[in-house]
Design a protein around this ligand. Structure first.
Ligand SMILES: C[S@@+](CC[C@H](N)C(=O)[O-])C[C@H]1O[C@@H](n2cnc3c(N)ncnc32)[C@H](O)[C@@H]1O
Length: 205
């Protein structure tokens, strides 16, 4: 990622996936809801989604201070009044400190669980369970998945390159993700095939 003077970072994949993701979010997320994004990265998604989901409030977060600086810099360039400043949340933390202290209706997590240890996914489920409203809270995941023998070749290759970088990373098996989410209280509502062999997973508490 390039880091210009004002701290804004650029992840080219966000330009390619933001429109298809927006189409799903606009359909499945509650209008007028407060959306917490876990692992916002550069912040490019946050400004794009806040611009298009005008009836929602978007709260970005990331544990990496350089990412939070980037999100803040993007926000300074696009100061939408439905986009909050980024907060520091590591999904593995037992208690997520939400600032401002607003009710969260949905959680969005894009391209994290394969580039983080499995414990980050378990933490995401536990944290989401603790802050989302029972009987309606939405957890949205986007990324590549393994699907047994039907796994796309590009995802197998990606899995191997991730594991070479860090043995705790790797493209996750869809069945295990769904099973673990179920144990944490989330029902799988929908799987939406996305471009480039990615999936959108929609869970409900
Ligand atoms: C590949 S980037 C994706 C960023 C952004 N969602 C996107 O699609 O461009 C992975 C992000 O996950 C974040 N991350 C890694 N481990 C995390 C954790 N335990 N809790 C929350 N975020 C984490 C990283 O800081 C990074 O911003």
């Amino acid at each position: 990622m390039n880091i210009p003077q004002d701290g804004r970072q650029y992840a080219p994949a966000t330009q390619r996936n933001r429109e298809p993701i927006l189409a799903v979010l606009a359909r499945v997320l509650k209008a007028h809801g407060n959306i917490l994004e876990i692992a916002s990265g550069t912040g490019e998604h946050a400004v794009f989604f806040a611009a298009h989901l005008k009836n929602s409030q978007w709260l970005p977060s990331d544990p990496n201070p350089l990412c939070r600086r980037s999100i803040q810099a993007w926000r300074a360039n696009f100061p939408y009044n439905n986009l909050y400043p980024p907060i520091n949340i590591d999904a593995r933390e037992k208690v997520w400190k939400i600032e401002p202290n607003i009710p969260i209706h949905s959680i969005v997590n894009i391209n994290m669980i394969h580039i983080a240890p499995w414990t980050a996914f378990l933490g995401l489920l536990a944290g989401a369970n603790s802050i989302l409203p029972a009987g309606g809270g939405i957890l949205y995941l986007y990324g590549p998945y393994k699907q047994g023998e039907n796994t796309a070749y590009s995802n197998l290759a990606f899995d191997q390159s991730l594991r070479r970088q860090n043995p705790d990373w790797g493209v996750r098996e869809l069945d295990l993700v769904v099973e673990e989410a179920k144990i944490a209280g989330f029902q799988l509502r929908e799987i939406v095939p996305m471009p480039a062999n990615n999936l959108s997973l929609l869970f409900q508490l």
